[in-house]
Design a protein around this ligand. Structure first.
Ligand code: GDP
Length: 194
């Protein structure tokens, strides 16, 4: 059977406190517009699972998808409102940090960065924070199709270097073309014991 194929929306939460228990979970985080919804849909072979059009009200919540018996894929709200009110930023930070620190079943945090843009200041802050907190994290470079073929190698090397990684440490994906998606899907399925 195809892993992650029967994923379905389970629940939204505004705090880790209201989340139930599961056997294993992986989380996705990244700035708004990095291609997170598109990637989740591609991984789960579905169009409308994570709404690329942004369901109002749900974008600032923790969204949980069930992808097997007690196996969760957790969509964390994007860090898109760095320019928004300080109160909202603090609320976002509290919710994300509470979630990340509060889940013993969390097996991997996938941090999405734009392959063409490279890691932003906020991406680097997120990765540093995860490393400090000793949480397992994996970088996924999205929209890899946007990098010109002639620049792929150099861009991969540059993006990896900024993160203190080697190009092969990063999962390079294009939800649009499907590149890298099957490999990442298998990796997630293995991480969740599926
Ligand atoms: P989110 O805000 O992180 O959930 O990002 P979305 O999935 O909604 O995508 C943001 C924009 O990037 C949309 O216009 C998508 O069509 C576009 N996009 C997403 N993935 C890809 C990709 O793999 N390649 C290209 N070229 N564009 C993409």
């Amino acid at each position: 059977a195809q892993p992650l194929k029967d994923a379905r929306f389970l629940v939204s939460a505004s705090s880790v406190k209201t989340l139930g228990v599961c056997h294993a979970e992986v989380a996705f985080v990244g700035r708004s517009n990095v291609g997170k919804s598109s990637l989740l849909n591609a991984l789960c072979h579905q169009r409308g699972l994570a709404k690329t059009s942004k369901t109002p009200g749900r974008t600032r919540l923790i969204n949980v998808f069930l992808t097997g018996p007690d196996r969760w894929i957790v969509d964390l709200p994007g860090y898109g409102f760095a320019t928004g009110p300080a109160k909202e930023r603090e609320a976002w930070q509290g919710m994300i940090e509470g979630y990340l620190r509060g889940r013993a079943t969390l097996r991997m945090v996938y941090v999405l960065v734009d392959a063409e843009v490279g890691p932003t200041r906020l991406d680097l802050q997120m990765v540093d924070w995860l490393r400090e907190a000793d949480l397992p994290c994996r970088i996924v470079a999205t929209k890899a199709d946007q990098v010109k073929p002639s620049r792929q190698l150099a861009q991969r090397r540059d993006v990896a270097k900024v993160l203190g990684l080697l190009p092969n440490d990063i999962a390079w994906v294009s939800s649009e073309k499907g590149t890298g998606v099957p490999d990442l899907r298998m990796e997630i399925a293995a991480t969740l014991d599926l």
